[in-house]
Ligand binder design. Structure first.
Ligand code: TRP
Ligand code: ZN
Length: 878
């Protein structure tokens, strides 16, 4: 047990900084044993304070060698926790000089300056800069940085933010480079790289005719994996100019790939640093999903240059200001580049499966949290994905044109500033004239709202009346919720005609141009007039709000929507509802199960036989909701029983529609050379879905997967086939896996893929996963490997994880305890499966709780893990 209780940081305690740092000059000198960081900071008192305040700088693990204010040593400084405190100075403007030594080679937290595969690199968001030098490490202190790097010549590439201004030789086989970034930025956007790297180069001509130098830096053996990211970058630059009018600002834009990285990528000004897995790609080893993910992350980090860097966050509670907005921007980029409805289905699946779970669990928090212990724990699906949904709702309420005008105003008004989510919403309100004061609750209230709707057709009056009622469950610290402003995009699908019906309404909350109803009350009634026939309402089109919809649809209504809704997203959604009901009825052994299963089977048959449907949409219509999603729909959950029910339904569908699956499987056989291109991607997705059902129907069909694996000329088919084959896990699969490893293990991304396929294969149990942690390909200090193995097992292998009487839980807890001292951020993220212990049967609850208590007993528990575990165990939340 920790002897202290970590401090809770509160939004309400925010105070403006006492000093600005106008300029920052750093000299970072790399030596084998240590790195020396010299800093010269020009400080200036913030004039909102009438008297000069004490000076507070942040620092963690710094070996302080000297400290001077205006050239004078400061005898009376204090170091308290992460703060270096100096008494108030004599004058409001002064220079601070510090020299510290740091030890990057032993830094396994991957925060601050660390070494990955021989390359020095930094990660400063959120509070990593304090591990490099003493500084007011808070996002509202913006400074102009000049950085000099000195290193042995074996580190041939020396990079930092901004533009290169000087380079040259030094004594002792050393050299230096200097970089200057003219844009004031907070310390979290600082970056530095020193390594033996190769780069590919290109150019981009901006809308105003400036030529930008583009570079991707990698270790030499990865040079052949850079082209796709470079193309993605250029596409992103064009898109941001066309859709947002945003032009790149520096003369050079660099991306660096590193193997050891805590998250996906980081938007450091002019010098984005990427997890290798999120940038390196080639036609041989990258899957369709991989290409799409890389393209989206390259876009995401590039878009941050405006939504995040030029306009940044006042404090870390405002994180969604940059992340929600930037996820919305990258999602729209992907939708414009590929298939809009498909992207929406995939994003909503993630939101419903994982973000809704977070919102219903002990870590639930609003997209703008009001307190935290460790900010790293708040880079969540809620802040990112729900945050993006909240921005999307603004887009839905304003329409594309007014949204663009509001975004122009936001960027113009706040350029170079650190601002709040209110500032963002106020721009939306100002431009549109819409009163968004109630809408602000989306930023303050946690939990997924429920929207209950009923509908009634009056043939004589030709009216269709919709009754809305919203509620939101209690979440930690928020027992009661005020009503939200919910945009409900809707239509009516004629029960006979199957087409969209026209209507009018006198309700002032309905925007008839956008077809969006603004629900603001807890309960409200919307009367639609001039409705020519009875209808099935199609509600929340395109998922216009992140809520759980409850409408008493009959199975006939759902089938009507699946077959005829003009909104492609809602067709898919109706199928999801039908499948969810079927699975629920099976799990809960309800009498309707047989009927539901028959209706679902018919609906799927229609989809299978529909020649006009985009195969990408078809693939998604035919996939059942996942087990993780189902585990959120009832209580208590026995995951092994759920797996049986889920498998049984897939088997039933596989058998009942066997001829159809065979036909689709044959129609979607690969042809031509592989390309990452919509028609092919769609065809491959559908081919794999068809094969998965064939395997369910016929135990021997694993041979088809083996055949597909051997015949495939691309990794999408190979890895899909290996995973499907792995459901049967026979000796042939083991042999194929061994050969795959031999063939590919020198490629880091492939080794990670292999580890993940193994750890998440449904027949793989805890004993094998323990052995996997002793495998050559595994490393406790490489987050990608940890995520592949420990994450793959605990989050993507429900049967393996929950079987064996809690052995899986013990293994996860052991892993968390081990990682706690190596890399607290990663350790805390692996706690996620335990946070949901309250969902399960009493035996599982007890076993998981016991492991949580074991973790809490660790004396040196990090703030990161402490926060997640203590909140998970908090009995006041039960
Ligand atoms: N800001 C980054 C993004 O969303 C993510 C990020 C935050 C991050 N903290 C990090 C990445 C720590 C790596 C390590 O684009
Ligand atoms: Zn981001």
């Amino acid at each position: 047990m920790r002897t202290d209780t970590p401090q809770i940081i509160q939004l309400s305690d925010y105070q403006a900084p006492a000093y600005w740092v106008d300029t920052t000059q750093l000299t970072v000198s790399i030596f084998a044993e240590y790195t020396e960081v010299k800093a010269e900071l020009r400080l200036r008192a913030n004039d909102r304070y009438t008297t000069l305040q004490p000076i507070v700088l942040h620092g963690v693990g710094l070996d302080l060698k000297s400290l001077a204010l205006n050239g004078q040593t400061v005898p009376d400084y204090e170091i308290v926790g992460e703060e270096l405190r100096l008494p108030a100075p004599a004058e409001g403007e002064f220079t601070l000089h510090t020299v510290v030594h740091i030890y990057p080679t032993t830094n396994t937290s991957l925060e601050g300056l660390y070494v990955s595969g021989g390359m020095y690199c930094t990660q400063c968001e959120a509070e990593g800069f304090r591990k490099i030098t003493y500084f007011p490490d808070r996002p509202d202190v913006l400074s102009v940085f000049t950085t000099r790097i000195e290193a042995p010549k074996e580190f041939a590439t020396l990079l930092s933010n901004g533009n290169p201004i000087a380079a040259g030789e030094l004594a002792d086989d050393r050299h230096f480079a200097e970089w200057h970034d003219p844009f004031p930025k907070p310390a979290y956007l600082f970056a530095l790289v020193a390594g033996d790297l190769k780069d590919v180069r290109d150019e981009f001509v901006t809308m105003s005719g400036r030529t930008i130098d583009l570079r991707i830096y990698v270790e030499p053996h990865n040079l052949h994996k850079t082209e796709f990211a470079l193309e993605s970058l250029k596409k992103s630059m064009v898109w941001d100019e066309q859709v947002y009018g945003r032009e790149y600002d520096l003369d050079i834009f660099m991306i660096v790939a590193v193997d050891h990285f805590n998250m996906g990528a980081m938007e450091n000004k002019g010098l984005n640093i990427f997890n290798s897995a999120c940038v390196l790609a080639d036609l041989e080893t990258t899957t369709d999903d991989g290409f799409e993910r890389i393209e989206a992350i390259v876009a995401h980090e590039y878009f941050h240059n405006w939504s995040g860097n030029r306009v940044t966050c006042r404090d870390w509670f405002q994180l969604s200001l940059k992340e929600g907005f930037t996820v919305f921007r990258d999602a729209e980029f992907t939708a414009d580049t590929h298939a809009r409805a498909v992207k929406r289905m995939d994003d909503v699946t993630l939101l419903r499966t994982s973000q809704f779970a977070e919102d219903a669990g002990p870590m639930a928090h609003p997209i703008r949290p009001d307190s935290y212990i460790e900010i790293n724990n708040f880079y969540t699906l809620t802040v990112y994905e729900k945050g993006a949904e909240v921005v999307r709702m603004l887009h839905t309420l304003l329409g594309a044109e007014r949204f663009r005008a509001a975004s122009d105003l936001y960027f113009e008004r706040f350029d170079g500033q650190a601002v709040t989510t209110e500032d963002f919403v106020n721009c939306m309100a100002e431009v549109s004239g819409i009163d968004l004061s109630q809408f602000q609750r989306w930023y303050d209230q946690a939990g997924t709202p429920r929207l209950a709707v009923t509908g009634n057709y009056d043939g004589a009056a030709q009216t269709f009346t919709l009754q809305f009622s919203q509620s939101c469950p209690a979440t930690p610290g928020q027992p009661n919720k005020a009503p939200f402003h919910i945009p409900v995009k809707l239509g009516l699908v004629g029960k006979n005609s199957g087409s969209d019906l026209t209507f009018s309404t006198r309700h002032p909350g309905f925007d008839s141009e956008l077809q969006v109803f603004s629900l603001r009350e807890r309960d409200d009634t919307l009367v639609l007039e001039g409705v020519s026939e009875d209808a099935v309402p199609s509600l929340l089109r395109d998922f216009s709000a992140p809520v759980i919809l409850e409408y008493p649809y009959t199975v006939e209504d759902l089938r009507r929507l699946v077959s005829s809704d003009s909104n492609a997203f809602n067709r898919w959604d109706a199928m999801q509802t039908l499948a969810t009901r079927t699975l629920l009825a099976a799990v809960q052994e309800q009498a309707e199960h047989g009927d539901l299963q028959a209706v679902l089977t018919d609906a799927m048959r229609d989809v299978l036989q529909d020649a006009d449907l985009d195969p990408a949409v078809k693939a998604r219509l035919l996939r059942l909701p996942g087990q993780a999603y189902m585990a959120e729909q009832y209580k208590p959950v026995d995951p092994v029983a759920l797996d049986q029910v889920h498998t049984a339904l897939r088997r039933h569908l596989g058998q009942a529609l066997q001829a159809e699956w065979i036909a689709v499987f044959e129609q979607t056989q690969p042809s031509g050379t592989y390309a990452f291109e919509h028609h092919q991607v769609a065809r491959r997705a559908l081919h794999s879905v068809a094969l998965s059902y064939r395997i369910m129907a016929d135990q021997n069909a694993w041979r088809l997967a083996a055949e597909m694996y051997r015949a495939a000329d691309n990794m999408t088919d190979q890895s899909a086939a290996l995973q499907l084959w792995g459901q049967v896990a026979n000796e042939e699969w083991d042999n194929a896996m061994a050969a795959f490893y031999q063939r590919w293990h020198k490629d880091a991304q492939m080794a990670e893929q292999w580890l993940s396929i193994r750890a998440s294969a449904p027949r793989v149990r805890v004993r094998e996963v323990e052995l996997l942690t002793e495998h050559d390909g595994f490393s406790w200090t490489n987050p990608n490997r940890v995520r592949s193995v420990i994450g793959g097992f605990a989050m993507r292998n429900p049967v393996g994880f929950h079987a064996d009487n809690g052995a899986g839980y013990r293994f996860l807890a052991d892993s968390i305890i081990r990682l706690n001292s190596l890399n607290p951020q990663i350790a805390a993220r692996l706690c996620t499966p335990f946070t949901y212990w309250r969902r399960y049967t009493p035996e599982i609850q007890a076993a998981m709780q016991a492991q949580l208590k074991r973790i809490l007993d660790v004396e040196t528990l990090s703030k990161d893990v402490y926060e997640v575990v203590s909140k998970s165990l908090d009995t006041s939340l039960a």
